[in-house]
Design a protein around this ligand. Sequence first.
Ligand SMILES: Cc1cc2nc3c(=O)[nH]c(=O)nc-3n(C[C@H](O)[C@H](O)[C@H](O)COP(=O)(O)O)c2cc1C
Length: 341
Amino acid sequence: MSIDKKSLQKDSHRFCVAPMMGWTDRHERYFLRLISNRVRLYTEMITPQAILFGDRKRLLDFNFEENPIALQLGGSEVLQMTECARIAEDWGYDEVNINVGCPSDRVQNGYFGACLMKEPELVAKCLEAMDRVVKLPITVKCRIGVDDQVPEEALPDFMEKVANAGCEVFIIHARKAFLKGLSPTQNREVPPLNYALVEEMKERWPKLKIILNGGIETLEHARQHLSKLDGVMLGRTAYKIPWILSIVDNLIFGEPEKCMTRKDVIEMMVNYAATQKSLGVPIKSITRHMLGLFHAEPGAKTWRKFLAEEARSLDAEAEIIRHAYFAVCEAASLKTQGEAA
Ligand SMILES: Cc1cc2nc3c(=O)[nH]c(=O)nc-3n(C[C@H](O)[C@H](O)[C@H](O)COP(=O)(O)O)c2cc1C
C-alpha cells in the first residue's frame, strides 16, 4: 500500500518542549500552548501495552488546541509499536516519537528506552514497520551512547541504521546514560554534555533534522544552537520557567509580537480549569503545572504558596487561580511601595 507521507514543515521542530513523565500531561500542554502557538509539544512517554490494553482514552485524549503534538512511545515490540502508530494517527497526533533515552530500571526491564542505543537494528525494525503504515513522521529521541559505548562511534552507527530505516528527525539528548549506578535524575545531570558531537552529526548528514536536547537554559543559548542545528528541545527550563515560551513565537519563528500578559493566560486557565473541574478533574491537577508562571518576578513566592495551599482541597474551584493572581498583585505592590519608601 502506498501512503502519501505528510511532509514536515521546514521549521516544524525548531523549538520543542521535551516529553516529561508526570509533567507534560494534557493540562500542562494546554497551559504551554496558551503561552506559545508554535512550540512543538510532546506527551509523557506511554507504553504500547498501556495503549493497547489500558484506558486508551484517558491516555491519549488531548485538547485540539495542543497541536502540533507528538506522542512518545516507550517500547520495542514491533507489532505493538506499529499498532500504536496507527492508533496515534487516528487520534490526531502529528508525530510519533520513539524513546531511546530513558534509563530507569522499569524501562530497562521492559527492554526499551536508553538500552536500545545498543540495539540500533531493533529500533530500525520498529521504525520501518511503523513508518510503513502511517503518514505521520516517526522520530527518535536518543542519547549519545550508554555505559561503555564510545559516543563518537555509537551515535553515528545508531543514526545511520535508524536513518536508513526512514527516520528523518533525531532528537539527541547530548549526554550518555548509565544504565547501572545512576538514577534517572542523575542521568540528566552527571554525564557531561557533548554538543559538539551533535553538531558533527548535522555536518555528516545535513539532510537529517537534528534537534538538540539537554541543558539549554536560556533563549540566547537556544538561538546559538539554532545557528548550527535544526531545532532545540527544552525540558526542565520550559517547565519551571514557562513564561520563557512567551517570546518564542516572535524570537524563534519570526511571528509578529503578541501583547499577551500573564493575566491573559491566567484568565484562560480559569475558564479551562472550570471546564475540567466540571468533568471531575481536581483543580490541583491543573494548578500544579502553573507554579512557575511568575518565576523570578515580584510576588512569585506568594503565587506558588497561594496556589499550592488553596488547590489542595478537592473542593477547590477554578476561581482560586484568579485569587492567586490578586494576591501576587498585592504582594508586588507592597514590595514596590516598600522599595520606594
Ligand atoms: C520529570 C522528568 C520526566 C521525564 N520524562 C521523560 C520521558 O517520559 N521521556 C523522555 O524521552 N524523556 C524524559 N525526560 C527527559 C527530558 O525529556 C529531557 O531529555 C531531559 O530533561 C534533558 O533536557 P533538559 O536539560 O532541557 O531538561 C524527563 C525529564 C524530567 C525532568
